[in-house]
Design a binder for this molecule. Structure first.
Ligand SMILES: Nc1ncnc2c1ncn2[C@@H]1O[C@H](COP(=O)(O)OP(=O)(O)OP(=O)(O)O)[C@@H](O)[C@H]1O
Ligand SMILES: [Mg+2]
Length: 257
């Protein structure tokens, strides 16, 4: 794997017309840590994640800074940014189907990513790498998955295929937006293991306290575009200091560790 990256968001603000989706967020993901961004629907979590990737949407106005281990991502042009995406930052979008091309087989999509970022030296080497990547993402029949178009896979299998794509180039930072929401408990647990197995830095967006408990080193609680509380996962989830964090935790009682 590439060395774990450090991500700094500095006073980041994203507006869509009059809507301040992200409002002055400063947050750091330290190398090798899993930071869980927790917040209710509409609090700005996905907007923050997409803005880090340089994909805030055509109507967005952005101010503030995004640094990846010293690289000022906001100063990069689209071409340089697209070299960072996939190579240094893996991204699992909230809608897994948004991460897959519906018209192309999963294997071909992986080959393309490996060649694009020159992780594989040749098309042949890329093809040979595909089954191991799908196997590592927990697909039980990697050869079949490689031959499949996205619609031929189940929702859970598509989620794993998206994770395989995000991890293909062994990025030092993985950003996963609600990676387990559509999954049953067993598959959820395995997908969380997958995300943490690589040792990369992790920014995981969720509204699920169980996910935060399971993988979070630190938790940041977001509300209405702002971070209202940040701290070690254990502390925030057991003795939240902000009333809104307390309300979020209380709303999901009895989630097993
Ligand atoms: N392209 C856009 N145009 C206008 N408003 C937007 C756009 N994208 C997001 N918003 C608004 O920004 C706010 C935050 O949205 P966002 O999708 O970031 O929330 P979220 O925390 O990811 O919610 P969820 O948990 O439901 O996924 C919402 O009020 C949303 O309506
Ligand atoms: Mg979202």
């Amino acid at each position: 794997m590439s060395a774990p990256e450090r991500l700094d968001m500095v006073d980041l603000t994203v507006t869509h017309g009059a809507v301040r989706a992200v409002d002055g967020v400063s947050l750091t993901v330290h190398p090798g840590e899993a930071l869980v961004l927790l917040g209710e629907s509409g609090s700005g979590k996905s907007t923050l994640a997409r803005t880090v990737l340089g994909l805030p949407g055509p109507t967005a106005r952005v101010s503030g800074g995004v640094r990846l281990s010293g690289t000022d991502l906001r100063a990069l042009d689209e071409r340089a940014l697209s070299d960072v995406r996939g190579r240094r930052i893996g991204y699992v979008p909230q809608d897994p189907d948004a991460g897959l091309d519906p018209l192309r087989r999963i294997g071909a999509q992986l080959v393309e990513v490996l060649l694009r970022h020159r992780v594989a030296a040749s098309r042949r080497a890329a093809r040979e790498a595909v089954p191991a990547l799908l196997d590592a993402a927990g697909l039980t029949d990697p050869d079949r998955a490689a031959r499949s178009h996205p619609h031929e896979l189940s929702g859970g299998q598509r989620q794993r295929a998206v994770i395989a794509l995000a991890l293909a180039c062994a990025p030092g930072l993985l950003i996963a937006d609600e990676p387990t929401t559509a999954l049953d408990a067993l598959v959820r647990s395995r997908v969380l293991d997958l995300l943490t197995a690589g040792g990369s830095s992790l920014l995981v967006v969720t509204h699920d306290i169980g996910v935060a408990r399971r993988i979070g080193h630190r938790v940041a609680v977001m509300r209405a575009g702002r971070i209202v509380e940040t701290g070690p996962a254990d502390r925030v989830l057991t003795t939240p200091r902000h009333a809104h964090s307390a309300a979020l935790v209380a709303a999901q009682p009895g989630v097993p560790r």
